[in-house]
Design a protein around this ligand. Structure first.
Ligand code: CMC
Length: 377
């Protein structure tokens, strides 16, 4: 007898076993590839964290960190060759929509070309950074900047974005961000990636589908609206009336609440520290902290039964803004990291080898004679 999930959001349904990450929403704890997330940030830059995830997924012939670095640099170069084609389409409203098209230009199994021998998970990761930087520059009518295969991934992304080298502190802050968000349990986009992988459609297809799920404002699309909210509030005097008005209208405050965490998201703390180091408490950051305190007080008063706390999108917004990343690109920068997690889940799912195919319960109309027969029973 099939069981119906407790709610239409599949809350508390365990959909897979994973070696990749564990989210403890009660304790506010996140373990990634065997590390507490705070320790993973100290131990690894982004390439190291991606290698740790792929190795945790049990990738055959586990690549060394050095091999990942080398192939990722080559993948950035191979993707750069596709940039003129992507930009010539000139049909994307947002950077994330452009990235969605760009990733679709990659092949699940390329038969030829410079990227032929680079595994799909690394091609996708390299391409995401190159396309995001080029799409951001195109919005400002600036031409794309070529990657440098010998640079670190975070460093090269910031240089491709700006056209000049970033400071060591900025590279460190971006690495902290990319490492921290690389994987996070069975979130909506990861589940999407696993469903697609279970059909054996291929890694690139799983990544494109996952990005579509990530894009929504209830998942990875929240940081842009967080910054819009800070702008809209504008002044300290306006914080409390603004929040009261929005809550009274039944609007959701972006950057607060989470399906799993009942306490503060540990990733928000990692970003908060990175922001402090990077900005030395500039006015915008101090303002964001005041809004956070007031929003939590207002939400707790309005929803006393619900344990709503700050989620990582709130400090993602503040951190990426401090790094000069345009707000329309924050979801793409999130994807630049999460591709490491998605592809590790694809590897796990492909090993499971079983199609994900749940059931639904029909609650619609029955054909007339059958309905009559059912009624007579
Ligand atoms: N602002 C105001 N009220 C809220 C908020 C919020 N941000 N979050 C939850 N609530 C209320 C909600 O209206 C509901 O109230 P009621 O019981 O009176 O109807 C109650 O709290 C329970 O909410 P829920 O909708 O059952 O909770 P959920 O588990 O579906 O929500 C969420 C999770 C992230 C969709 C939601 O908190 C939300 O919409 N937050 C704002 C958007 C946001 O910041 N998204 C990024 C999430 S973190 C991303 C990630 O980890 O990938």
């Amino acid at each position: 007898e099939p069981r119906t999930a407790s709610s239409s959001g599949l809350d508390n349904v365990v959909a897979a076993e994973t070696m990749l990450s564990h989210v403890d929403g009660e304790a506010g704890r996140l373990i990634v590839a065997g590390y507490e997330v705070e320790d993973l940030v100290k131990a690894h830059d982004f390439e190291g964290a991606a290698a740790a995830l792929w190795n945790a997924a049990g990738l055959e012939n586990a690549p060394s960190e050095e091999a990942v670095r080398r192939d990722l640099g080559r993948a950035r170069e191979a993707a750069f060759a596709l940039v003129p084609g992507l930009l010539s389409l000139n049909c994307h409203e947002t950077v994330t929509e452009g990235l969605r098209t760009g990733l679709s230009m990659l092949s699940d199994e390329p038969a030829e070309g410079p990227a032929k021998d680079i595994p799909a998970h690394i091609r996708a990761l390299g391409a995401a950074a190159v396309f995001t930087a080029a799409l951001c520059r195109a919005r400002e009518k600036k031409s794309p900047v070529a990657p440098d295969a010998r640079s670190g991934h975070a460093e090269d992304f910031l240089r491709m974005l700006r056209g000049e080298a970033a400071s060591a502190a900025e590279v460190e802050a971006l690495n902290a961000y990319l490492v921290t968000v690389a994987d996070h349990g069975m979130n909506a986009s990861t589940f999407t990636a696993r469903v697609i992988a279970s059909t054996r459609a291929g890694t690139i297809s799983a990544v494109v589908g996952a990005l579509c799920a990530l894009k929504g404002p209830l998942h990875g699309g929240a940081p842009g609206p967080v910054l819009d909210m800070l702008d809209d509030i504008g002044t300290r005097e306006n914080i409390e009336p603004w929040l009261a008005r929005e809550i009274a209208k039944g609007e959701r405050l972006m950057g607060f609440g989470h399906r799993v965490y009942r306490v503060r998201d540990p990733r928000a703390d990692v970003f908060n520290k990175a922001v402090t180091i990077l900005t030395n408490g500039n006015e915008r950051v101090l303002f964001a902290r005041d809004v956070e305190v007031a929003a939590l007080a207002a939400l707790r008063k309005a929803k006393p039964g619900n344990r709503i706390d700050t989620n990582m999108e709130y400090y993602t917004a503040v951190l990426l803004e401090a790094l000069g990343i345009p707000r329309e690109a924050v979801t793409s920068v999130f994807a630049m990291s999460r591709i490491a997690g998605w592809t590790a889940h694809v590897m796990e799912q492909e090993r499971v080898g079983r199609l994900i195919r749940p059931q639904s319960k029909y609650v619609g109309e029955w054909p007339e004679d059958e309905a009559a027969a059912l009624g007579n029973q």
